[in-house]
Design a protein around this ligand. Sequence first.
Ligand code: ZN
Length: 306
Amino acid sequence: MTLKTGLEILKAAQTGSYGVGAFNTDNLETTQAIMEAAEETRSPILMAITAGALKYSGTRIVDIAMAEAKNATVPVAIHLDHGDSFESCMWCIRKGFTSVMIDKSHEDEATNIRETQRVVDAAHAVGVSVEAEIGRLVELGAEVIISEENATLTTADEAERFISACGADTLAIAVGTAHGPNKGRGRPEINHQRIAEIRARVEQPLVMHGASSIPQDVVARVNQAGGVLKDAVGIHDDDITQAIASGMCKVNVGTDLRIASTAGIRELIRDKPDIIDMRKILAPAREEMKRVIVKKMNLLGSAGKA
Ligand SMILES: [Zn+2]
């Protein structure tokens, strides 16, 4: 099947009142897990690739994702997640991406508008859709980039002003989620009222970053197999379904796949200490990721929509 743009997939989701997952891939096994889950559940997807994934694979991840996506029988968009510059967006478009995110949300609004507009103009000229972001999410990666005090929720005024000025196709908003496993902070609180307010003023599909649910049974398995994931919590399933009902169309999932693959690898190494074959070590990781993705597709309501 030919690739779809992010907008095509998300407009259909908006019309049908369901959510579509954007799953981050870094390698072959993750890409296979995402595609197998999508085929099995008949679910449209966005295959999301970050700058970090491009750097890790020496950009080969693009070839892997493209090859898998072109064999797909469900709608797939290849999406640049958190593009940091005009140049990186253009590089991805030339490589065949059908959706790019330009994230200048850390800049002032005028700069965010100007830089997003540049990407929109160029991307639209070649039929690629663009996701922009306004507001700031808490960053909980290896290093804290944006602290809780500096994270700000997007207002409906800002969202409407920004999207009409920059012309982006979809909009990521800050409504209380955070990137990463939320260690030690308790469960994030989603401002559903805010999602509904923004949806009432913005017709473009809305995007929620940092939407991993951090399944506690999988976290427990990681810890039982020697991992140390303390106080890792994510978004409650009810919050996800409510957010979709309020107008969210794209739900980004990265951390859940990392936790699932870690559980698979740790248990394999614990239970079969004689195994040295990389394929036998990574196959359970692929199965665990697929299981988590299938569950997510059913939760979002994208299952059966392809
Ligand atoms: Zn994100």
